[in-house]
Write a protein that binds this ligand. Structure first.
Ligand code: FES
Ligand SMILES: [Fe+2]
Length: 312
């Protein structure tokens, strides 16, 4: 599969030895993109072949064949694909964009133990949707990082959840929020959401989990790809997984198949995005955070640490 995140693009491959590896999705010859579609269907099962001149690599990244190799002027001593740090843990493939990234255990810190206790690798993925949204990726993260909007935007949830009862725990750069939902006539659901800095949140109900990922787009800071996956604790009996993609208009329309709640969040994300991008009055403007928006403050403090250093 291909994973694109802002200007970074990785090709993620399971080798014949069953090991999962990640490579920069760029040819070592003249830099062509190796696989263009997310499912990497264009790539062969047993090898990675560049679409331009046909250089070929084994699934472990070793350069295997160069057309007309004998006629080349120079020997090729650095033709293997560029490997990226990659690990499989908690049911996810984790890829870092450079060797300078911290070790995964150090990066996850206390979140490692929380995710380990969930054993999501044993759950079944039952939906896989992406929506192209007109907003900066941080606006999309913020929209999914607070419960303050529930009363106004999701009045149907108001009797079930009290935003004031949401418990916030920082987990190093990541964080966790916990709350309860009390559906009429049903047992209380304990809901926990872990946000892995900077752009992934995993929300776990007793029998369902929802994962959202906010992917910046390389060519437009005002665009984010909002990925949403659902998981079910019971592994069997689900229809085959279908990858679906919507633009914002489709997702907001009647055929978008999003529920009213998701539509309200999507619309609000775009309204926030447009308002924040509005240059009029920007010099005077100060954003204010309510006490129920502590996760947003935490996210932006960590982000500023990364961008400007801890002693800024
Ligand atoms: S650019 Fe890939 S083989 Fe030439
Ligand atoms: Fe919402």
């Amino acid at each position: 599969m291909v994973l694109a995140n802002g200007p970074f693009e990785a090709l993620i491959v399971r080798g014949d030895d069953a090991q999962v590896r990640a490579f920069a999705n760029t040819c070592r010859h003249r830099g062509a993109q190796l696989c263009s579609d997310e499912s990497a269907d264009g790539c062969q099962d047993s090898a990675i072949v560049c679409p331009v001149h046909g250089w070929r690599w084994q699934l472990d990244g070793r350069l295997d064949a160069i057309p007309r190799r004998a006629a080349m002027m120079r020997t090729v001593d650095h033709g293997d694909l560029v490997a990226l740090p990659c690990a499989v843990r908690h049911g996810f493939v984790w890829v870092a964009w450079s060797d300078a990234a911290p070790d995964l255990t150090d990066f996850l810190g206390p979140a490692d133990r929380v995710l380990g206790g969930w054993q999501l690798e044993q759950w079944a993925q039952i939906s896989d949707t992406s929506i192209a949204v007109d907003a900066n990726w941080k606006t999309s993260v913020d929209m999914h990082n607070e419960a303050y909007h529930l009363d106004h935007l999701h009045p149907e949830l108001a009797p079930l959840v009290d935003p004031a009862d949401v418990v916030f725990d920082p987990l190093g750069p990541h964080h966790r929020i916990r709350f309860s939902i009390e559906p009429a006539g049903e047992k209380t659901w304990d809901v926990t959401q872990v946000t892995i800095f900077p752009n992934v949140s995993i929300t776990r109900h007793p029998t369902r989990a929802m994962i959202v990922r906010h992917r910046p787009q390389a060519r437009d800071v005002g665009q984010v790809l909002f990925d949403e996956w659902s998981l079910a604790a019971d592994a069997g009996g689900h229809p085959p997984l279908q990858r679906r993609f919507f633009n914002a208009a489709e997702a907001l329309g009647p055929s978008g198949e999003s529920g009213a709640m998701a539509r309200a969040d999507l619309l609000a994300t775009m309204q926030l995005g447009r308002g924040v991008a509005n240059a009029a009055g920007a010099d005077e403007r100060r954003l204010l955070l309510h006490n129920e928006e502590t996760p947003i403050a935490h996210f932006h403090e960590v982000l500023d640490d990364y961008l400007y250093g801890r002693s800024r």
